[in-house]
Design a protein. Structure first.
Length: 431
């Protein structure tokens, strides 16, 4: 994939979701395109409905190395798509159309590399992999599941969600186009260890564990500047939508056990969602309603204000492939208590927090409570973890650092040792 004399590559990027100022997949697409364009010439195929937001951002910060190719299906082929309804079929057809757009570009541009960014789901194919150009896939996720022993506590809606997710993934893995995408990728980047195993099973010849999550240097500086909380007591916080697989029920049950031993403690939940009423009823049953606050959805500035008033982030999610809240809390110097699952498992280390194995709900509640006790009782440990967390984010999850690693990946010849990991160097693997 290396070009002679250090000249940047000509890269075709597939970024269905790509929008400045957004989180999740749209933000991932935007930031990765920006970083690739620092050293390479980029042609980005994205949806036409992203155009207005992209052009507004480009008016403030031009990206001269990026050529934007806006593509959508004709109106008659997308009238049935409303928001998230029908997105899977629409995305599949969009990918098929993007192949013909890419093939047309290839006829007039000598492309060096194709990189599929978003949507980052391993069980959905990328037709651009069929073009005769080296292809990089990812980071992709989706191989994570809520452990079955935890599903009995879900409401019917949650159980159906998990069942449909399992079925979609199983059908995706049987799709010959998905297997072909996996086999044709010279490198597949995986968000989590679970997805890494699935990619290897599908036949990906080279899979690197590499998180999609990154923060701009100026945002890391702002988060780094948040001081440690002073004063008495101990305050935990969780961030995210109040939905079944975020595991907040586990966090609250653990807090109730911990609170009985450490009554000068509070637990704040920031976010809203369909599980809120159920969780509010739960804290009443647990007898900790006076020490738990549901703060609802807050602006970004308000979230940072509340984060500065807390000591530790609790993130008991059952299948996050990203885990942005963990990285943001670490940048703010807050230790993280999470499950040893998904994205958080590769972001958080023993130096920056406590990872709890997900064996059974009872065991998780017990171990989460023990982790709360451990950190509540030892301010020095919290400070040490907070310092290590800030350092890890700056070294591993800053977009500038991710751009350096990506340039190295792009420049390597087949068979060259490559160091990769959740965002940081890991043992050598061959690319």
């Amino acid at each position: 994939m290396a070009r002679v004399n250090g000249v940047g590559l000509r890269v075709l990027v597939s970024a269905y979701a790509c929008e400045p100022g957004r989180g999740s997949e749209p933000g991932v697409g935007w930031h990765w395109v920006r970083e690739i364009a620092q050293s390479h010439e980029v042609w980005t195929i994205t949806r036409a409905n992203n155009r207005k937001a992209i052009e507004s951002a480009l008016a403030v910060e031009p990206l001269p190395n990026v050529h934007w190719v806006y593509f959508d299906l004709p109106g008659w082929a997308r009238f049935w798509k409303k928001g998230a309804r029908g997105i899977r079929l629409y995305y599949f057809l969009w990918q098929l159309g993007a192949f013909f757009v890419g093939r047309k570009l290839l006829r007039r541009i000598d492309l060096d590399l194709i990189h599929h960014l978003t949507l980052g789901t391993y069980w959905m194919p990328s037709f651009l992999s069929l073009l005769p150009v080296p292809f990089i896939w990812g980071p992709v996720g989706g191989g994570e599941s809520a452990p079955r022993s935890f599903r009995s506590s879900f409401r019917l809606r949650g159980k159906l969600y998990e069942l449909l997710r399992d079925v979609n993934r199983a059908l995706g893995e049987l799709n010959p186009l998905v297997r072909l995408t996996a086999r044709r990728a010279v490198v597949a980047l995986s968000k989590t260890e679970d997805t890494q195993k699935r990619l290897e099973t599908l036949g990906s010849p080279r899979v690197l564990l590499y998180s999609e999550v990154g923060l701009p240097a100026d945002e890391i500086d702002r988060l780094n500047s948040l001081p440690s909380r002073q004063g008495n007591g101990f305050r935990l916080v969780s961030l995210g939508r109040l939905i079944h697989w975020k595991g907040f029920e586990l966090g609250l049950k653990a807090f109730a056990q911990f609170h009985s031993q450490f009554p000068a403690s509070e637990y704040w939940l920031i976010g809203d969602g369909p599980e809120r009423k159920r969780l509010e009823s739960l804290v009443q049953k647990l007898g900790v309603a006076n020490s738990v606050r549901f703060l609802g959805s807050l602006s970004r500035a308000q979230v940072l204000e509340r984060l500065a008033e807390c000591d530790v982030l609790v993130h008991p999610s059952l299948h996050d492939s990203g885990g942005w809240a963990c990285v943001e809390a670490m940048a703010a110097g807050r230790p993280v208590i999470c499950l040893d699952l998904g994205g958080p498992a590769v972001q958080v280390t023993k130096e920056t927090g406590v990872k709890v194995p997900a064996g059974s709900p009872q065991q998780v509640v017990r171990d989460l409570a023990a982790a709360m006790n451990l950190l509540a009782a030892d301010r020095v440990r919290r400070e040490r973890m907070g310092t290590a967390a800030r350092k890890r984010v700056r070294e591993c999850f800053c977009w500038d650092k991710k751009a350096e690693w990506l340039n190295l990946l792009y420049s390597l010849k087949p068979g060259t040792p490559m160091r990769a990991g959740a965002g940081c160097p890991q043992p050598d693997v061959h690319v």
